[in-house]
Design a protein around this ligand. Structure first.
Ligand code: AMP
Length: 397
């Protein structure tokens, strides 16, 4: 069974084609700059052949047509007939309260997704666009939606209701939803496997630390709290997002700098975080390099990043009444050796002892705590596309 996984953004579209018999990737890549000059499609097949097609890609439809052509190409293609693709799985950022698990997409699902679109105005409309284009180009193929918010829907009210007038929850759905759920769910499950324990017996803090970053408290296989909120802005320090701040700072700066709501929103989402503090870059590697050459703001940015994660680990340990494992994933979590050490050093009181030697590696599944550490620390590369493909396979079967 072959499944195409699509992550459709506003001007880009990521894809992977899976062979589900072996759970292997037949082809993967990215379409960039849709509707902008200089658009292109990047493609790599399972033989490692790489193709770059620079071409005017005015719409998502043109992009997906070009992708299907490339998958079928006699030179680098991996399909003889498009009918070999049995189903399509879509990443959808916001499922609101309507979707607590992955779902087969029909007209009523599209309608519900359109209704929650104002909760994720940058993400859901292009996700829906991807679904509609696939429906147009491959009308007989079942399509499945996998939601970033779904895994977090087990949170209790005390974790998701904000201390605001309750009517905003009722009228507008203002509550904590959480994001990166597919990733948190995947690494929690892998951690249980690696520790040879049942997920339903474990208390795990999963740390998804990438350009966007969030933590989840996963108790007995269910999320009891997570750091992102109504939108992916709350919580940790991120590449360009501020995470937690005193909300009174917002009207204060708006007044001082004469900013509109859209302008302050842009500053909090695009100009803050590691970039805002360091003044150097949103990329943690650039910030690390600057810190190494003595840039004070870069040093402070990294310290705040680690300190915020450390505080959340403490909070989630309290929320779960203990912790058995701390898992690191995503670009920074999988690769940044000093960041992992900076977060875990000082948490010995919780029972976690970092093994500096085991931690000295990037991008591999590995236990990085000492063998006698009461709390285990693990690095687990995330694989959201595989989860989407698995859920799609399960649902269409
Ligand atoms: P993601 O959003 O998951 O792709 O993660 C992006 C972040 O991961 C960026 O801040 C990168 O600097 C960071 N990252 C990726 N590779 C490395 C690496 N080898 N060492 C340190 N950080 C890395």
């Amino acid at each position: 069974m072959k499944i195409l996984v699509i992550n459709s953004g506003s001007s880009s579209l990521k894809y992977q084609l899976f062979n589900m018999e072996t759970e292997s990737v037949l082809a993967k890549g990215l379409i960039q700059r849709i509707g902008i000059s200089g658009s292109f499609l990047e493609y790599e097949n399972n033989e490692g052949e790489e193709v770059l097609i620079e071409k005017d890609i005015a719409t998502h439809k043109v992009g997906i047509e070009l992708l299907l052509e490339t998958l079928l190409s006699s030179e680098h293609g991996v399909l003889k007939d498009i009918d070999e693709v049995e189903a399509i799985g879509h990443r959808i950022v916001h499922g609101g309260e309507a979707f607590a698990e992955s779902t087969v997409i029909d007209e009523s699902v599209i309608k519900e997704l359109e209704e929650v679109a104002d909760l994720a105005p940058l993400h859901n409309p292009p996700n829906i666009m991807g679904i509609k284009v696939c429906k147009e180009l491959m009308p007989t193929k079942p399509q499945v939606g996998v939601f970033d918010t779904a895994f977090h829907q087990t949170m209790p009210e005390k974790a998701y209701i904000y201390a605001l007038p309750y009517e905003y929850y009722k009228k507008y759905g203002v509550r904590r939803y959480g994001f990166h759920g597919t990733s948190h769910g995947y690494v929690a499950q892998r951690a249980a496997k690696m520790l040879e324990k049942d997920l339903s017996e474990l208390k795990i803090v999963t740390c998804h630390l990438g350009n966007g970053a969030s933590l989840a408290a996963v108790k007995n296989g269910e999320v009891v709290d997570t750091s992102m909120g109504l939108t992916p802005l709350e919580g940790l320090v991120m590449g360009t997002r501020c995470g937690d701040i005193d909300p009174a700072i917002i009207p204060f700066i708006m007044e001082k700098e004469d900013l509109s709501a859209a302008e302050i929103d842009n500053i909090l989402n695009k100009k803050s975080g590691l970039l805002g503090i360091s003044g150097v870059s949103s990329d943690s590697r650039d910030v690390e390099n600057a810190a190494e050459s003595g840039n004070h703001q870069a040093e402070v940015a990294l310290e705040i990043f680690n300190y915020r994660v450390k505080k959340y680990i403490g909070a989630y340990t309290a929320a779960m009444g203990g912790v058995d494992a701390i898992v690191f994933t995503a670009g920074i979590g999988e690769n940044a050796i000093e960041t992992r050490a900076g977060i875990l050093n000082g948490l010995e009181y919780l029972g976690v002892e970092l093994d500096e030697e085991a931690n000295d590696m990037r991008g591999k599944e590995k236990v990085i705590s000492k063998s006698d550490s009461k709390v285990k620390a693990l690095v687990i590369p995330t694989n959201e596309e595989l989860v989407i493909a698995r859920d799609t396979k399960d649902l269409v079967n």
